[in-house]
Design a protein around this ligand. Structure first.
Ligand SMILES: [Zn+2]
Length: 326
């Protein structure tokens, strides 16, 4: 009898430890850092010499085109309308290479997709499907005459960390080929530098060949306390802050995408630097304002990802698209 009790002891001890650990980790926790609060950021119409426009996405997954809002408002005729088609959708849903829904009649407007008549949204279908609901997203396309257009996007995580995706995976799933990847110490204004992760990539070509880089994607990650261009550093930091400090601020993911003209393959470098010189201060200000709310807390008693609210009013946020996204 005694021998069998002795034999069972390690197992019982293990069970007790497990139960204690479960009780410890599922206890109500008070997290600081305002993870559900408003995001004090806006991407202005005029940023330095650049002028920003909104991008609108068709929500029909058989169409998936995106447009500049100003072109639609100006009623640019369909045959002259510049648009992009979401390659991610084609791969994900096995659409034909060139889906051509029947064009709608009547004037072009910003009320509906000029090609299929579906609703337009500031968030793409891919983002709606991938991102947790209530993910704040800020995006504008900035132009400056004589320069390539710059698309700036800032996405924020809340309690749910799935909001920030590794672009290396997303860009590839959109059919792009990643050619080079490295850290660049980008100049971001007088005396200021910021480390950004640069990915030189080629868009898919009809014959599948690898051409020269057709665009450059640069990003970095930040919370009120720090900036990094490494997802690993962010994960380590998040783990440490969450477990040992109960500090759970939003992380932001700022990215800049610039097309590369093969006749001027290095133009993007000065373009990136001059854009960051006006863009990065917006992020720096946002970090400082987020930090002012570091004492605002959220109490989590169940799974933390269930509390992914957004209490702000400003930006567009992802929301379930259709019933199947719930
Ligand atoms: Zn459409």
């Amino acid at each position: 009898m005694q021998a069998s009790v002795k034999k069972a002891l390690p197992g019982v001890a293990c069970l007790l430890l497990l139960a204690a650990a479960l009780a410890f980790f599922s206890r109500p926790r008070v997290l600081s850092g305002d993870p559900t609060g408003a995001v004090p950021l806006s991407l202005p119409d005029d940023l330095g010499a650049w002028h920003g426009e909104n991008v609108l996405f068709c929500v029909n997954d058989q169409c998936g085109r995106s447009f500049l809002e100003k072109d639609l408002r100006a009623g640019v005729p369909r045959e002259k309308l510049a648009f992009e088609t979401d390659f991610w959708l084609r791969r994900r849903f096995g659409l034909g290479e060139n889906p051509e829904p029947r064009a709608k009649d009547g004037p072009v407007s910003a009320d509906a997709c000029p090609f299929c008549g579906s609703e337009l949204s500031t968030i793409s279908i891919a983002e709606q499907r991938i991102l947790p609901k209530n993910t704040p997203i800020f995006r504008r396309r900035y132009s400056l005459p004589g320069h390539p257009e710059v698309t700036a996007t800032v996405v924020f995580s809340g309690m749910d960390r799935e909001s920030i995706h590794r672009p290396q995976a997303c860009l590839v799933s959109q059919g792009n080929r990643l050619l080079h990847e490295y850290t660049r110490h980008a100049s971001a204004g007088p005396g200021e530098t910021v480390d950004v992760r640069v990915i030189e990539a080629a868009r898919p070509t009809p014959d599948g060949s690898a051409g020269p880089p057709s665009f450059v994607y640069a990003y970095w990650l930040f919370n009120p306390e720090r900036e990094t261009d490494s997802h690993m550093v962010r994960f380590a930091r998040m783990f440490f802050d969450n477990v040992f400090r109960s500090y759970r601020p939003r992380w932001g993911y700022a990215s800049v995408s610039i097309p590369v003209d093969p006749r001027r393959p290095d133009e993007w470098k000065s373009e990136l630097d001059s854009f960051l010189a006006v863009f990065r201060p917006l992020i720096t200000r946002c970090r400082a304002e987020m930090d002012e709310n570091r004492d605002r807390t959220v109490v989590v008693s169940d799974l933390s990802s269930d509390v992914n609210d957004y209490e702000g009013a400003g930006p567009t946020t992802s929301a379930p698209l259709g019933a199947d996204a719930e």
